[in-house]
Design a protein around this ligand. Structure first.
Ligand SMILES: NC(=O)c1ccc[n+]([C@@H]2O[C@H](COP(=O)([O-])OP(=O)(O)OC[C@H]3O[C@@H](n4cnc5c(N)ncnc54)[C@H](O)[C@@H]3O)[C@@H](O)[C@H]2O)c1
Length: 275
């Protein structure tokens, strides 16, 4: 989508962090923006900061497919044709394997994976129908390309978003719908506090907040890239129709190492097969 001016965008997770910065960047480029978030108070504050010209807001839980459909209809009703769909809302979840409750697994997959899919499913027929083209922007993470210790469900959810977005890019190119997959590393936001809302892990929030792991992640986030700088990079990538949006030189090394490790196993398997 080379020209964002006068287009309409739907942004989930718009009350905070990357979503708020994306909304701000879109408005500066002359787009109209529907702000979407589960946090009613945060959303109200976000709309107050951004002003009411060219914005509207709706409280919506992206894990609820009917609520996402209703938010999509409200956006079309408010602004007419919609072109840019930012499926950005997401949560994180700490936990070691063998100690993660089924309810918490379901919670993070419902929001981080199905929330993205519901946004796409709700808008793709509309964008194909109006014929003006569009762009879908799904927020994954560098955690959708490389893994670490202590957040396996988060990594699983973000690998799913990367795979889904790469598949969508192939599926939708002919329909004049571009796809970008945001893969941030350490951007200033409130993501380190989101485990508070997990059904089971959330009950241990005081213990988690007193932990070294929390302090470490909080430190990385607080010293991360400014959200408006990352949002600007994302909007440039949308205008260039670029698929992946990375921002961190150190994570590049990890991505490269993963590629090499994959090929090393691949070659060993082929050798075992005598191929
Ligand atoms: N900040 C980083 O360093 C970083 C790194 C990698 C990926 N991400 C991803 O970026 C995206 C945005 O996160 P952020 O860092 O701006 O964090 P944030 O916590 O500041 O913002 C997330 C927003 O999503 C909203 N949200 C949470 N659950 C929701 C739901 N069920 N329905 C609707 N809205 C919901 C929250 O209320 C919040 O406003 C997430 O998908 C996150 O996983 C962030």
């Amino acid at each position: 989508m080379t020209d964002i001016k006068n287009k309409t965008a739907f942004v989930t997770g718009a009350a905070s962090g990357i979503g708020f910065a994306l909304a701000e960047g879109l408005l500066k480029r002359g787009a109209k923006v529907m702000l979407v978030d589960i946090d009613a108070e945060g959303l109200k504050a976000a709309q107050e900061k951004l002003g009411t010209e060219n914005t509207a807001s709706i409280v919506c839980d992206v894990a609820d497919p009917d609520a996402v459909k209703a938010a999509a209809s409200a956006t079309i009703e408010a602004f007419g044709n919609v072109h840019l769909i930012f499926n950005n809302a997401g949560v994180s979840l700490p936990g070691r394997p063998g100690r993660i409750a089924a309810e918490d697994w379901k919670w993070i997959i419902d929001i981080n994976v199905l929330g993205v899919a519901y946004g796409c499913e709700s808008f793709i027929p509309h964008i194909m129908g109006h014929g003006e083209g569009g762009h879908i922007i799904n927020t994954a993470s560098t955690a959708g390309h490389v893994t670490g210790v202590g957040m396996a469900p988060y990594f699983a959810s973000k690998f799913a978003v990367v795979g889904y977005s790469e598949a969508l890019a192939q599926e939708l190119a002919e329909a004049n719908i571009g796809v970008s997959c945001l893969c941030p590393t350490w951007v200033k936001s409130n993501i380190h506090n989101t485990p508070d809302k997990a059904p089971v892990a959330g009950q241990y929030r005081d213990k988690f907040k007193a932990s070294k792991a929390y302090e470490t992640i909080k430190g990385y986030i607080e010293n991360g890239m400014d959200a408006d700088v990352y949002a600007e990079l994302c909007l440039k990538a949308v205008e260039a129709n670029r698929l992946h949006v990375f921002n961190d030189p150190e994570a590049r090394v990890a991505v490269e190492m993963r590629g090499k490790a994959l090929l090393s196993d691949y070659d060993a398997n082929l050798k075992d097969l005598g191929l």
